[in-house]
Design a protein around this ligand. Structure first.
Ligand SMILES: [Fe+2]
Ligand SMILES: [Fe+2]
Length: 395
């Protein structure tokens, strides 16, 4: 019996994991061993192993050709492939170890790579367009005794990180239904539930939905444009970017309107908490204008949500007007706000395509479009937008 060993944190397992395993089974392997890794030295995996094990079991249930193996999970001392593969070889016999193309290129950085390549043959998936480096690595290791098969199959670029952050938003994509169910019923990835609950109280439902879509868009751009920004910062900045807008309680307090006659204690409490905001940092020239909400947002994010990180606060503070010399996070939130899936203005699809290919070109085009939109409406341009347009688009 020929076994393919496919290891992963499976945090969570996604559709491409399943496709890879099915592909291996269609290529002459009798069984695939889904090896649940413990706490890999090169990855920060915070989800409990028992949950990850349960998810991969749920995702592969019903296919007896896939064996979920927990050897590594149950033995925290087995941290490296060089330790675990001999045990699997004893247990199963004819094993072949499946790795990604970039892993083969980086094999020299592994622990004891010379012994890894002698334990069993390697099966390598091609990845991206780095084939020259891949072939170079292949012959380098073959000279050292490795048996390497290149698989002509390029896995789809699906990210477990994106799936986890999506799940934090309540958005599930690219996971088997059983995994989604497991995540929901065990409240995995619920780190920001309190922030979401507070935001839901604070803004109207349509604004909340727009915030969720903006957050999803920002997370995806961070991944696919390879911006390498901290996912937590992206998540919070995008989710809260409009927290200064459309808050009915805030509007009541700001306009100094009396509470409606049917207001209950809860309404009164909310209004009282809102009027405590110190709004002195809102510039005079922004008060009463559409841009006001970005400044109010930064204040609400700090005072109500306890955000102290200045990069996050700046991304909220300038998400509407833009400005000169923006940080990458500021640009990202600006773009995600105007490109999220709910937007359907003329040209939005072209902007989405452009930014995927070139983030900075996409940002400049979004800025240009925003600038022209204000002009077309006959609105007065805010000075920061004028400056940003000159700075980034030279006009
Ligand atoms: Fe906004
Ligand atoms: Fe927005």
């Amino acid at each position: 019996m020929k076994y393919a060993v496919f290891g992963g944190t499976f945090d969570p397992p996604h559709l491409e994991h399943i496709s890879i395993m099915r592909h291996l089974l269609s290529c002459g392997y009798d069984r695939v061993i889904a090896l649940v890794t413990g706490n890999p030295p090169h990855k920060h995996c915070r989800t409990d192993g028992a949950h990850r094990l349960a998810m991969i079991k749920a995702a592969t249930a019903g296919d007896e050709r896939i064996i979920v193996d927990e050897t590594e999970l149950n033995n925290p001392s087995l941290r490296y492939s060089a330790d675990i593969l001999p045990i699997l070889k004893d247990k199963y016999g004819d094993i072949h170890y499946v790795i990604g193309g970039d892993s083969l290129i980086d094999l020299h950085k592994w622990s004891r790579p010379d012994s890894v390549v002698k334990i069993c043959p390697l099966v390598v998936f091609k990845r991206g367009d780095n084939d020259d480096r891949l072939l170079e690595a292949k012959s380098y290791w073959e000279i050292r005794g490795a048996k390497i098969t290149l698989m002509d199959y390029q896995p789809r670029d699906i990210s477990s990180t994106l799936i986890r952050y999506g799940a934090m938003l309540g958005v599930y994509k690219d996971v088997p239904q059983e995994v989604e169910q497991y995540i929901r019923s065990n409240s995995l990835y619920s780190k920001y539930d309190d922030v979401k609950a507070e935001l839901k109280l604070h803004v109207k439902p349509a604004r909340y939905e727009h915030s969720v879509r903006t957050c999803e868009c920002a997370l995806r751009l961070n991944y696919y444009c390879k911006l390498n920004l901290d996912y937590d910062k992206v998540f919070i900045a995008a989710l809260l970017h409009d927290c200064g807008k459309g808050s009915s309680q805030f509007d009541i307090a700001k306009a100094n309107k009396p509470l409606p006659p049917d207001a209950d204690d809860e309404d009164r409490q909310r209004v009282e908490s809102v009027v405590e905001y110190d709004l002195s940092a809102v510039p005079q020239d922004a008060i009463g204008k559409p841009v006001e909400h970005q400044y109010v947002g930064a204040i609400v994010a700090k005072q109500l949500f306890g955000i102290e990180d200045s990069e996050i606060l700046d991304a909220i503070r300038y998400h509407c007007t833009a400005r000169e010399n923006m940080s990458c996070l500021e640009k990202l939130i600006y773009c995600a706000d105007v490109l999220e899936q709910g937007r359907n203005y003329d040209g939005v699809e072209e902007l989405r395509q452009l930014i995927k290919m070139d983030f900075n070109a996409g940002f400049s085009a979004c800025l240009d479009r925003g600038y022209n939109h204000v002009l077309a409406k006959g609105g007065k341009m805010y000075y920061l937008t004028e400056q940003a347009q000159r700075f980034y688009n030279g006009k």
